[in-house]
Design a protein. Structure first.
Length: 142
């Protein structure tokens, strides 16, 4: 921080010291998201995937607002299961009342396998073969 006091008739040092004390006492530097840091699981169309922060977010935050820090996640409406690992499927916004401090992209860390269908293995295998044949017929007919 730098304090410049122009036109002070007497105590410019005291004025500069007061400004610096306000700056250092009124704000604190916080890491709000770490690059590659785990940000939990994000529900998208067709399933849920674990996500990580795509960048670091460090900011000066007013100390009076530390208790009112809020995180909001915006999901990309085009995101569908299964996404490719490393793809951007959302954004994490960090704010205090009246001010958005910053945002970082949310990236897919790993794609979990789709949940297994209920029933015996031979029924699941038959359904898989049926879906494959139907997909091949659709591809040929298009």
């Amino acid at each position: 921080m730098v304090a410049i006091v122009l036109g002070a008739p007497h105590e410019s040092f005291s004025d500069a010291a007061a400004l610096l004390a306000y700056g250092f006492g009124g704000f604190t530097q916080r890491t709000l998201a770490s690059d590659g840091g785990d940000e939990g699981t994000l529900a998208i169309r067709g399933g849920a995937v674990p996500v990580v922060a795509g960048a670091a977010l460090t900011a000066l935050v007013p100390t009076a607002s530390l208790d009112s820090l809020r995180q909001r996640i915006s999901v990309d409406p085009r995101a569908a299961f299964p996404p490719a690992p490393g793809s951007r499927i959302g954004t994490l916004f960090v704010s205090i009342p009246g001010l958005t401090i910053g945002s970082v992209p949310l990236l897919v860390s790993v794609v979990p396998p789709p949940p297994a269908s209920p029933g015996p293995w031979w029924v699941r295998a038959g359904m898989s073969v049926g879906r494959s044949v139907a997909g091949a017929i659709r591809a040929i007919s298009d």
